[in-house]
Design a protein around this ligand. Structure first.
Ligand SMILES: Cc1cc2nc3c(=O)[nH]c(=O)nc-3n(C[C@H](O)[C@H](O)[C@H](O)COP(=O)(O)OP(=O)(O)OC[C@H]3O[C@@H](n4cnc5c(N)ncnc54)[C@H](O)[C@@H]3O)c2cc1C
Ligand SMILES: Cc1cc2nc3c(=O)[nH]c(=O)nc-3n(C[C@H](O)[C@H](O)[C@H](O)COP(=O)(O)O)c2cc1C
Length: 610
């Protein structure tokens, strides 16, 4: 940091401490920490510092305060989140708790010092379930610790767990449930019962957060009456667009990037964030609020014999039915509660039977193979508009990995979108967001927000090598990574594994990768096209073929990234990595798994899978 910046920092003095200045070394440490932060993140850090300063008595050094023998009761909020929902909710709770004057600290699960669990007084865990009942990557270590043999007894702990999940999965909210049960088993007392939030999570999380805040205020204010409200109001924040208040981004370009005869349409979209105040970093995703396909809305109205123009009041809002169905309710994703509502409304005994626990596999197949319109056609119901809205879930935003670096594209944001558009049960079917994006003409406005992903970042040290495994649209964030690495002249090597069905039709961004190879920006490119030969080849096969070199890169400190399909690819790639680490590191299968787990926990092996 230069002298001017140093003066600027020292000019911001707190009234109680006019004589305090920071020396150049401290300022440079600070600058290294905050240089990469967005304005929103900077405000968050500033608020946190101010709150922290309030909690340390004037005249004491920080070391004295931290070293106090008996820690004052405080609310610790820990989150584990893959796609940002749990993180956002935890941040909301932390923000509101701070505003209410509670002593609070907010930590991502992998930053939580496990040895402090035994001394924790009030703990809130907000955590999603991923994979098939697995923790999010950032919470693997903490979940393992709490559920493992080394977990301490917790007789003094008051805790509350908010689990996030999706009831279409067989193991709904499994991790939230597991932690809630385990913390109680270790002796903790619930100060709020377990919250289990489904895809439309606000219906559960809003009252749960209210209750938790109210209960935490009661117990913590009683325990520590001398608490003062933190002076957060001194920090003014400009409200940036968010999930709740998205920005209407203008479409600058929308181009098909697969051949005309490709089996699947994939789009490259360029949107403008100009004037939004939004910032993103490679690794982040763009949240998109879709509208349902107009043809699908018409089909629903026809099947249900309802009038598009009729005004319907629901949960305090009155809109035309076509507006409710077009922009407010999920029409494309089938879920258990909708099956139940339909079964009960029409007395459909075969559907009712599917809801019994012994038929969960058949129900899972029904949910995967059908969209709601298929069931509406097969199982007639006489729902009126109000009953229909009560049975449908609110429309939720979809996430898309950002395929650009702002260092190259400025205010633009690029996406790589596979369009969900297929034939089934004798008719056309669409995905809500991907078809909304595919149909967006230039100058159309798309409601968007940034979903940051701190777990999917380029190495802080630009000299580190990176290995990127991104078949299909999984390649999107690696386009962003490569742009960033070139713009910042990062010296580490870059190796991309890409795969898709056919070389000639589905090689996404083919010329960009080949040019990058020629320029030397990309050091290695390994390709796997599964349907060009009789023998199917996937990225995991290429990984195995080059196992010795992959292992050597990893041993040399390379960071490894996997993005794309979660149902098969990510698991197969993980298995291939385990096998190559075992073979080339001469480790047992268990030791190789532990080695990879360690990489995951260090954040050196990061996944962005969906
Ligand atoms: C962190 C993250 C990053 C992501 N990044 C990207 C990205 O970069 N690019 C990208 O394209 N997607 C990405 N996705 C996926 C994206 O968010 C959407 O899930 C995807 O585009 C589908 O959404 P949709 O609204 O079009 O379809 P929906 O309306 O959500 O789904 C339609 C329904 O159709 C069903 N269905 C879909 N295809 C078929 C089929 N062939 N046969 C039978 N049934 C089917 C589905 O089960 C679903 O019920 C990402 C997801 C996450 C979580
Ligand atoms: C790949 C994937 C796997 C998932 N597996 C489960 C699961 O097994 N059980 C469950 O209840 N929810 C599951 N979910 C749903 C998430 O828990 C849910 O979307 C949650 O809101 C995500 O919160 P987060 O953004 O904080 O990670 C899964 C979601 C994804 C994308």
């Amino acid at each position: 940091m230069d002298v001017q910046k140093e003066d600027a920092v020292n000019a911001v003095a707190a009234p109680e401490f006019p004589a305090v200045t920071l020396d150049a070394a401290r300022i440079s440490q600070l600058a290294a920490l905050v240089d990469e932060l967005t304005p929103a993140e900077l405000y968050r850090v500033a608020a946190w510092c101010a709150a922290r300063a309030e909690q340390i008595p004037v005249g004491s050094t920080q070391a004295k305060a931290v070293g106090a023998a008996e820690p004052a009761p405080q609310l610790t909020i820990v989150y584990g989140s893959q796609t940002g929902n749990a993180k956002r909710l935890a941040e909301q709770l932390a923000g509101r708790s701070t505003d209410s004057g509670l002593p609070v600290r907010l930590l991502r699960a992998d930053a939580y010092p496990q040895r402090e669990l035994a001394r924790e007084s009030h703990l809130v865990v907000v955590i999603s379930t991923q994979g098939e009942g697995e923790p999010p990557d950032d919470a693997r270590g903490l979940v393992e610790f709490i559920t493992g043999k080394r977990a301490p007894k917790l007789p003094a702990l008051q805790f509350a767990v908010l689990g996030l999940g999706d009831s279409s999965y067989p193991l709904f909210c499994a991790i939230g449930r597991q932690l809630d049960a385990r913390l109680a088993e270790l002796g903790g007392q619930r100060f709020v019962p377990l919250g289990e939030a489904d895809v439309d999570f606000e219906t559960v999380t809003t009252p749960w957060l209210d209750t938790t805040l109210a209960r935490a205020s009661e117990v913590l204010k009683t325990a520590s009456p001398a608490l003062r409200p933190a002076p957060l109001h001194a920090v003014s924040t400009r409200t940036l667009p968010s999930r709740e208040q998205p920005f209407a981004a203008t479409v600058l370009g929308n181009q098909r990037i697969v051949a005309r005869d490709s089996e699947r349409d994939v789009r490259h979209l360029e949107l403008s964030l100009e004037g939004s105040g939004l910032h993103y970093r490679p690794g982040d995703a763009l949240g998109v609020w879709p509208r349902n396909p107009p043809t699908l809305v018409t089909q629903w109205l026809e099947v249900l014999k309802l009038d598009a123009a009729s005004e319907v009041s629901h949960q305090g809002r009155t809109l035309a039915l076509s507006q409710w169905l077009g922009a407010e309710r999920e029409l494309t994703r089938l879920n258990r509660p909708l099956v139940k509502a339909l079964a009960e409304a029409g007395g459909h005994t075969d559907l009712l039977a599917l809801l019994r626990p012994e038929n969960s596999a058949a129900l899972a197949t029904l949910l995967t193979d059908n969209q709601p319109i298929d069931l509406l056609r097969r199982y007639p119901t006489n729902w009126d508009a109000e009953a229909l809205l009560a049975a449908l879930r609110p429309l939720t935003p979809r996430l898309y990995s950002i395929a650009s670096s702002p260092k190259l594209v400025g205010d633009e944001v690029h996406l790589t979108v596979a369009v969900v558009d297929y034939q089934a049960h004798g008719s056309a079917h669409w995905g809500a967001a991907s078809s909304f994006l595919a149909d967006a003409d230039e100058d159309a406005r798309i409601p968007v927000f940034i979903e940051s992903n701190e777990r999917f970042r380029l190495p802080a040290d630009p000299a580190r090598d990176i290995i990127m495994i991104g078949p299909g649209t999984g390649v999107a964030p690696f386009r962003a990574f490569m742009q960033e690495r070139e713009e910042t002249a990062a010296s580490g090597r870059n190796w991309l594994f890409f795969g898709n069905r056919h070389f000639a039709r589905d090689f996404l961004y083919q010329t960009e990768w080949q040019d990058a190879l020629k320029r030397g920006a990309l050091d290695r490119l390994d390709l796997a096209f599964s349907r060009d030969e009789s023998h199917k080849t996937y990225v995991q096969d290429r990984l195995r073929e080059h196992g010795a070199e992959v292992y050597a890169w990893l041993k040399g400190g390379a960071h490894l990234y996997v993005c794309g399909d979660s149902s098969h690819m990510a698991k197969d790639v993980h298995a291939a990595l385990g096998a190559l680490v075992a073979e080339h590191g001469q480790l047992s299968a268990d030791a190789a798994r532990a080695w990879l787990d360690e990489l995951l926990q260090q954040g050196r092996y990061a996944r962005d899978v969906y």
